[in-house]
Design a protein around this ligand. Structure first.
Ligand SMILES: NC(=O)c1ccc[n+]([C@@H]2O[C@H](COP(=O)([O-])OP(=O)(O)OC[C@H]3O[C@@H](n4cnc5c(N)ncnc54)[C@H](OP(=O)(O)O)[C@@H]3O)[C@@H](O)[C@H]2O)c1
Length: 231
């Protein structure tokens, strides 16, 4: 009897690190739901990847869109094994906390923090059907308190610090799940820019490792390069 494939869903996945995560998971035989808020870009990205890859529209900042993605997945699958909360925005690159306006802060938190909160809650029932459910929150060194926050992109940085707190809350609340945050490093994407030292392949590595290879008992941690780092 053949082993059923693992099933994963990645948010904000039509480009950048998310798309590379989809590609690597598909290469490993995972059935992957590539999600994006832009349907055409999502379908095009799906078609560019070989393997068991499907597209679902999902805007993580829009609760009705989250609910319809859950309904769409339920029509196809009885469970979800891996959820990667990858989608994020960086609106205040170069900005300073003294200039930060409320709308930029609200939009950033709505996508980068409240998005993963609502998406994880919404997919929890399907994740509960997995033998080894995993949630990976793609965070950032910009949100790492231990190193001291830099005077850069305060809305983005605070949204990732709060995302790390969300990781700890979900890890405490969902005892059977592995829930972790990842700092992918500075990666060459539209967000990271051309000067970044890491490729998307390198940026996706720890995310894919947590999705498939890390022990299920590893939970409630912040990781970079497959190793725990300080919050
Ligand atoms: N690149 C780096 O150096 C770096 C460093 C640290 C952490 N990260 C993190 O890594 C993750 C991926 O970033 P990236 O570098 O690959 O950036 P990217 O190329 O800009 O990709 C971000 C993705 O998120 C999507 N997105 C934004 N808002 C969304 C929403 N409301 N609903 C659904 N999708 C949405 C974007 O789609 P649209 O085009 O539709 O907005 C895009 O597909 C992010 O969480 C980021 O914070 C990146």
């Amino acid at each position: 009897m053949s082993v059923p494939p693992k099933i994963a869903l990645v948010t904000g996945a039509y480009k950048g690190i998310g798309l590379e995560v989809v590609r690597q998971l598909a290469t490993r035989g995972v059935r992957v739901y590539l999600t994006a808020r832009q349907r055409e870009a999502g379908e095009k990205a799906r078609a560019s990847i070989k393997g068991d890859v499907h597209f679902l529209p999902l805007d993580v900042s829009d609760p009705p869109s989250i609910e319809s993605a859950v309904r769409a997945l339920r029509r196809q699958e009885e469970r979800l094994d891996v959820l990667v909360n990858n989608a994020a925005i960086l609106l205040d690159d170069g900005g300073n906390v003294l200039d930060l306006d409320g709308e930029t802060a609200r939009q950033t938190f709505a996508t980068n923090t409240v998005g993963p909160l609502l998406v994880t809650q919404a997919f929890q029932p399907l994740l509960e059907q997995s033998k080894a459910p995993r949630v990976i929150n793609v965070s950032s060194g910009a949100g790492q308190l231990a190193e001291g926050l830099q005077d850069w992109a305060p809305a983005y940085s605070m949204s990732k610090t709060a995302l790390n707190a969300l990781t700890q809350h979900f890890a405490a609340a969902l005892r059977r799940f592995a829930v972790n945050s990842v700092s992918p490093g500075w990666v060459r994407t539209d967000m990271g820019g051309a000067a970044a030292p890491l490729s998307v392949d390198q940026g996706a590595d720890t995310i894919v490792w947590l999705a498939l290879d890390a022990p299920q008992t590893l939970t409630g941690k912040f990781l970079r390069e497959r190793a725990e780092i300080a919050w």
